[in-house]
Design a binder for this molecule. Structure first.
Ligand SMILES: NCCCC[C@H](N)C(=O)NCC(=O)O
Length: 452
């Protein structure tokens, strides 16, 4: 009888089970990130938020990751102290942030509850509820980004060489499932703002269930470490040196992929914060109708990202996929800004771009960076990306206010969307540069991932 015990990550059932657990953590992360886009108008009526206030709220997610470099520090901490301790800490931050945000929007706080007086005593330009919600968004962003880095490292740990791109595709799909649920459930609970606070509390409770799911994952992670560490003495943790960051930034292929990442996602995530309101204003739909329409975007990517991921595992062509996705994104924004094409068509195009580029971009990292530096590499990339996620919602809100004086109910988004088209064009340039660099240096970005 064969007594040699297989490590947990050798079992396909265990790998997919783990993906399910950490995927749930991602779903709640994205739920809370996107839950506010369909509430923009409700926050305008209930709290009097302007476009700039809303943009500031959306941007605050990125403040810790950009200005305090928390995503890269989180990645370094991850490579140093490991998945379990880092993951627990940052999922906890995410949960605290979600609860703070919900507290700031609660009736209890706004009727003079704990902290209301303090929050009213400074910066009178910003309302007390906005200030607490900004604080919550700050902690949520601090936890959420590093949580995604942690999940990426978990997937590399369990799936490297075994359908890694498919696993990354499914990881993205879990995120999109959260966004889809947010776009559907959030406006439904809020009910035109009559239950705005409940809609936000609901998201916070989901995030806390994500913390429980991560605790369960930690049990499997500990068991796998006990099995593989005696064999794999090149342990997955390593000491950090600033040289790692310098080396990464000196690698042009890494730099182009990071610049594609910041431009590509800056033309999508900040756009998504405004998409339901934009579609509702341009095409005369209610917030529930435009939320439903926008939700086709995460729904489509939920299905297509894993399919594209599986293709990339087997056929490769990651750089070409990124170029094609960047072109599609540019066309989408031009259609949105300059035409009255039925919105479902640009949404489908956006879905193709939004599935293709992430399916190719994230797993490509294993071609450029060693596994023991992968947390730092993803973290640095997220910190760079968060600069865009900070700047562009703010810029979009400012352009919106400047082109629509008086905070009207119906806004003209043309200039705002053209700004997103310009950012997409930059993304296309970086995707092309990546392909040229790969051709020159032979990283093998175009090769299938399943061939080692
Ligand atoms: N928490 C939601 C925002 C996710 C941003 C994250 N840095 C990211 O880039 N995720 C990749 C993706 O395709 O969703």
């Amino acid at each position: 009888m064969n007594t040699i015990k297989k490590a947990l990550n050798e079992s396909a059932a265990m790998r997919w089970g783990v993906l399910l657990l950490v995927g749930f953590v991602l779903s709640v992360n994205y739920y809370f990130y996107d839950a506010f886009s369909t509430l923009k108008d409700d926050m305008r009526t209930v709290f009097g938020f302007t476009g700039t206030d809303y943009g500031l709220f959306a941007s605050f997610y990125s403040v810790p990751n950009t200005f305090l470099l928390m995503a890269v520090i989180g990645g370094i901490i991850l490579d140093k102290i490991g998945i379990r301790r880092t993951g627990f800490l940052f999922v906890l931050f995410m949960t605290i942030g979600a609860f703070l945000t919900a507290y700031g929007a609660s009736d209890y706080f706004n009727n003079g509850g704990f902290g209301y007086e303090l929050m009213s005593s400074f910066l009178p330009r910003f309302s007390p509820e906005l200030k607490v919600m900004l604080l919550g968004r700050f902690f949520f962003g601090l936890g959420a980004e590093t949580t995604i880095v942690v999940v990426s490292k978990i997937l590399v740990k369990w799936f490297n060489g075994k359908d890694l791109a498919l696993a990354f595709g499914l990881k993205v799909a879990f995120g999109r499932l959260g966004s889809f649920a947010a776009l559907r459930i959030s406006p439904f609970i809020s009910n035109e703002g009559t239950n705005l606070s409940s809609a936000i509390w609901f998201g916070a409770i989901l995030v806390s269930i994500g913390l429980l799911a991560f605790l369960v994952y930690m049990l499997f992670d500990a068991k796998l470490d006990r099995q593989i560490q005696p064999v794999n003495n090149a342990s997955t943790t390593d000491s950090f040196s600033i040289r790692d960051i310098i080396d990464l930034l000196k690698n042009r292929a890494y730099l182009y992929i990071a610049l594609l990442c910041v431009t590509f996602y800056s033309a999508i995530f900040p756009f998504n914060h405004y998409a339901p309101d934009f579609i509702s204003d341009k095409f005369g739909l209610s917030s529930i109708e435009s939320g439903n329409l926008t939700s086709f975007l995460p729904m489509g990517t939920l299905i297509f990202t894993p399919i594209f991921g599986a293709l990339i595992d087997r056929k490769g062509k990651s750089a070409s996929a990124m170029i094609f996705g960047a072109i599609t994104l540019l066309i989408t924004h031009l259609l949105f800004a300059l035409t009255y094409t039925p919105p479902l068509i640009p949404i489908i195009l956006l879905g193709i771009a939004y599935a293709l580029v992430p399916a190719a971009m994230w797993p490509t990292m294993v071609k450029l960076v060693d596994e023991n530096k992968i947390g730092t590499a993803y973290g640095l990339m997220y910190s760079i990306q968060n600069l865009g996620l900070f700047v562009f919602p703010l810029l979009a809100g400012a352009i919106l206010d400047a082109t629509n004086p008086g905070n009207p109910e119906i806004s003209d988004y043309t200039a705002t969307i053209l700004m997103f088209a310009a950012v997409s064009l930059l993304g296309l340039i970086f995707a092309l540069l990546l392909k040229f660099e790969d051709k020159k240096k032979g990283f093998g970005v175009e090769l299938p991932l399943n061939k080692k």
